[in-house]
Design a binder for this molecule. Structure first.
Ligand SMILES: [Zn+2]
Length: 78
């Protein structure tokens, strides 16, 4: 038994709507309509979370902005 498929660990290529099998979206950089897959280009103008109608299919959906906080540190001379 061998593993014939190689999965690249880190792929920098942007994700496309076509790759998505089902329209539930998490961790996307823009708001994606869970009905039709439409990608909002102005997600940053939206509230942190709420409800919106899709521009494309006009169906309502809920969205939530995930804010991931990370920290960097480096030494400074005392
Ligand atoms: Zn839509």
């Amino acid at each position: 038994m061998g593993d014939s498929t190689e999965m690249p660990a880190e792929q920098s290529s942007p994700w496309t709507v076509m790759d998505v099998a089902e329209f539930m979206h998490e961790d996307t950089e823009e708001i994606i309509c869970p009905w039709c897959g439409y990608e909002f280009q102005d997600s940053w103008e939206f509230e942190e979370n709420g409800e919106h109608d899709c521009y494309e299919c006009e169906k309502p959906f809920k969205f939530c902005r995930i804010i991931d906080v990370t920290y960097d540190t480096e030494r400074i001379e005392p």
